[in-house]
Design a protein around this ligand. Structure first.
Ligand code: FAD
Length: 472
């Protein structure tokens, strides 16, 4: 029964006592009821498409309890209602869900950059796309059915803690079914345009902030940092690629998904446009994903008003790390000797996106602690350190670098890290960015009185003191 789990890039792993894939909801309920008296650790997983330890199971043998991974892949019921809502089981992945909705003339309001995630795995971690009027996927949810640790089903809706459960990060129980808002199919025009960025970083971030003002829905790719072997330093590359979307009534050949430049498929830094159904214009399908090597990545959400200053500070800090990177960079001889495949890339890439804030308690774009005159719109800074080939030593070093940004800039810029990218902060910081954390923890205790849905990452980042002794 022992089951080894890996995330998508195989740098995070755990070994569970077993892997359980219920055939249906009642089998799952029986399983959970059987394990409640045994206090078994239970970790529902989607597709492991994250960077950190949010989805990691507790290793078998690490505590006195058994530890199971649960996949809801067989829970595939789906009902379309007349009022533009759809109810479906926890087994639906976006790659199947979106075409199924499409065949009924429906789509969701927005998606992230890929259709590879499970819907629950994506939405309940605050996954988002871009757009000043676009909220994260969690805001599409209007109802949930959630199994608690005792095996009881809870129906969650706007009168019953919806704002707590929308971002549940796997700790509030097993979500067996969700009801979401949908909308009729629509088309978008996507334009990709290369612009010259100022080499003065302060001016560059003023320029980036202006693009954020100018375009309703935009991804800004760049600036990047490139390793110069002759000087042994990182060098800024300040040209930007703007990828922006506009509504269109042109319904020609849908051609965005055949040329999606995200995820290192094809060249992004060129001018072109395409037209497609909204979902295919925004998010690429798994076959269109071209880079699957190691990557150390965080994504930090901050009030849009803080973008010009935060952007400059983040970039200068990344740039100033050259000396620490030297010993990891000169690997050409090693690669040649071992005949390894090498991925040519910028060493550090930066992407800026925009998200409309919300009221969800643990949403990284919650508006609960904003200044009174804040717009309620957030910018995100996504930093990726990309090694030339998969090397654990380098990957761990990059993660050390990633961990230094919140202590340095978090409080100054009201920064909130993505739950399923690299996140290092402890509960002291978590409670500042999530003012409703203690209310959320009270619900967590009701749903999970014996700490069966937790792991060390959740205990440390949420301050789940009542569960701490389990891992000591
Ligand atoms: C290459 C790449 C690109 C990405 N692009 C974006 C992007 O554009 N925007 C963005 O915001 N994020 C992005 N992400 C992050 C990604 O969207 C999130 O990490 C997402 O959570 C992954 O979904 P998953 O189904 O793989 O979930 P998993 O990692 O498997 O699970 C996520 C969480 O959901 C919980 N969970 C899963 N199913 C259930 C259930 N039935 N009941 C209760 N809890 C459950 C798990 O326990 C875990 O805590 C990207 C990640 C990668 C690797």
């Amino acid at each position: 029964m022992a089951y080894r789990w890996f995330n998508w890039q195989v740098d995070i792993t755990c070994e569970a006592s077993g892997f359980f894939v219920p055939a249906n909801e009642s089998e799952l309920v029986d399983f959970v009821k059987y394990h409640y008296p045994r206090k078994t650790l239970l970790r529902p997983v989607g597709n492991g498409h994250g960077f950190g330890n949010l989805t990691t199971c507790v290793n078998d043998g690490e505590t006195e309890r058994d530890s199971y991974i649960l996949s809801l892949t067989n829970l595939k019921d789906l009902q379309i209602h007349e009022n533009d809502t759809v109810t479906f089981g926890g087994g639906w992945d976006l790659v199947d869900l979106i075409p199924t909705l499409h065949s009924h003339g429906l789509q969701v309001q927005n998606l992230g950059s890929e259709k590879v995630q499970n819907y629950i795995g994506a939405s309940t971690t605050g996954t988002h796309g871009t757009g000043k009027q676009n909220q994260n996927l969690a805001n599409q949810i209007i109802g949930l059915r959630v199994l608690d640790a005792k095996g009881n089903i809870h129906v969650i809706d706007k009168d019953h803690n919806l704002e707590a459960f929308r971002v549940a990060i796997g700790a509030l129980g097993i979500i067996v079914e969700v009801t979401i808002k949908v909308e009729p199919l629509s088309w978008l025009k996507r334009t990709s345009k290369v612009v010259e960025g100022s080499s003065n970083i302060t001016e560059l971030y003023q320029q980036i902030a202006r693009y954020g003002d100018q375009y309703e829905q935009v991804n800004i790719l760049g600036p990047n940092l490139i390793w110069d072997p002759s000087t042994q330093q990182l060098v800024p590359s300040t040209n930007l690629t703007l990828v922006y979307w506009e509504e269109t009534d042109f319904h020609g050949t849908p051609n965005c998904s055949i040329d999606f430049c995200s995820n290192d498929c094809g060249r992004c830094n060129r001018d072109y446009h395409c037209y497609d159904y909204k979902m295919d214009g925004i998010a690429t399908t798994p076959p269109g994903i071209c880079y699957r090597g190691f990557m150390g990545q965080f994504e930090h959400f901050l009030p849009i008003e803080n973008l010009p200053d935060a952007g400059v500070d983040y970039f200068h800090h990344a740039l100033s790390q050259s000396d620490r990177m030297i010993s990891y960079q000169n690997i050409n001889e090693l690669i040649a000797a071992e005949g390894m495949a090498r991925y040519e890339s910028d060493e550090v890439t930066v992407i800026t996106r925009f998200v409309k804030g919300d009221e969800t308690w643990l949403s990284p774009v919650n508006t609960h602690n904003l200044k009174p005159n804040a717009s309620g719109i957030f910018a995100t800074l996504e930093y990726s350190w990309i090694p030339s080939y998969n090397n654990f030593t380098l990957q761990w070093f990059y993660q050390d670098l990633l961990s230094e940004f919140i202590p340095k800039f978090g409080e100054t810029y009201n920064v909130r890290p993505h739950w399923n990218k690299m996140l290092f902060n402890n509960e002291t910081y978590t409670s500042t960015i999530y003012p409703k954390l203690s209310d959320w923890l009270a619900i967590q205790e009701q749903m999970d009185p014996q700490c069966q849905f937790v792991n060390p990452f959740l205990v440390n980042s949420l301050g789940l003191d009542r569960c701490r002794s389990l891992f000591e």
